[in-house]
Ligand binder design. Structure first.
Ligand code: ZN
Length: 287
């Protein structure tokens, strides 16, 4: 099927692309006690691979997969497997993160029209897509306002989880969730998978809470540390955790009263899984 590639805009045969990279689902499946993944929207239907659809041409898919492989081997597997806590990175990390931000933003925009965004905020979405595209195609040195943030979720602090739902820690360690969110003043892309939280601003009224987790576009050191975060991100995580919890009890998503959330998948049976290792930086909660 010939369609327009979302990245290079050329009319070409499109490949079936993953919105959240496939290696993440593969790892989740491999480390889950039941060996399969179920979608939160329909807890009875196992979902092995997450959302995938014709999205990119072969050339653009190849560009993305090069960065994915670097991230998977240099950061994702060593961190998930508790083999390292500090990671040197270079430009490929921002490229990888920007490629995921781009996929999630375009996918959710096409899927929902972002009809919950104000017209003013929606104008920033179009701009963000252009910035991410230019950067991913190598036309600009950095993604401008679409700075990439990455947090390593670790550091066990159960006593600090005062108001959070019971399963906050299992959400922190195991859930995969993508969303595009807006408040009256700020909008951003939210990508949570296993022990990683990845954020990308669309438009911010202030940088407060958005600074410490920034990834340098050229090189840097990523490590487990305390981060400042805006309250609405914490609230988003708590909501995600409550959906994660209620879906495990097979309560319908609608009953949770949350419409815009799109939990991609989770694990139903967490007995003896990595759940005990699911942790969070203390400051995330206390903020
Ligand atoms: Zn392309």
């Amino acid at each position: 099927m010939i369609q327009q590639c979302r990245l290079c805009d050329k009319e070409k045969p499109l490949e079936i692309s993953h919105i959240v990279p496939k290696f993440i689902f593969r790892h989740l499946k491999k480390t889950s006690p039941t060996g399969y993944i179920r979608a939160t929207e329909n807890p009875n239907r196992p979902v092995q691979d997450g959302i995938k659809l014709p999205f990119l041409c072969g050339d653009c898919e190849d560009i993305f997969s090069k960065w994915e492989t670097l991230f998977a081997n240099k950061i994702f597997y060593p961190y998930q497997n508790d083999e390292a806590q500090e990671f040197k990175y270079e430009e490929w990390l921002t490229k990888y993160l920007a490629s995921v931000s781009f996929r999630v933003l375009v996918y959710v925009y096409e899927d929902t029209g972002l009809d919950y965004f104000s017209p003013e905020m929606l104008a920033y979405v179009d701009k963000a897509i252009i910035n991410l595209k230019s950067y991913l195609l190598g036309k600009t040195e950095h993604p401008k306002e679409q700075r990439q943030l990455l947090l390593l979720l670790d550091f066990l602090a159960p006593s600090s989880i005062k108001d959070g739902p019971e399963n906050f820690n299992s959400y922190m360690g195991r859930a995969i969730e993508i969303d595009v969110l807006t408040t009256d003043y700020d909008s951003f892309i939210y990508v949570k998978y296993l022990k990683f939280l990845h954020l990308c601003p669309i438009s911010l009224s202030t940088n407060r809470g958005w600074r410490t987790a920034r990834i340098n576009p050229k090189r840097g050191l990523l490590k487990v540390q305390n981060h400042e975060l805006p309250d609405y991100i914490m609230n988003k995580m708590k909501k995600g955790a409550s959906i994660f919890t209620s879906s495990q009890d097979k309560i319908s998503l609608k009953q949770s009263g949350i419409i815009q959330s799109r939990l991609e998948s989770n694990i139903q049976n967490l007995v003896d899984s990595e759940i005990g290792k699911a942790v969070i930086a203390e400051k995330l909660i206390k903020k």
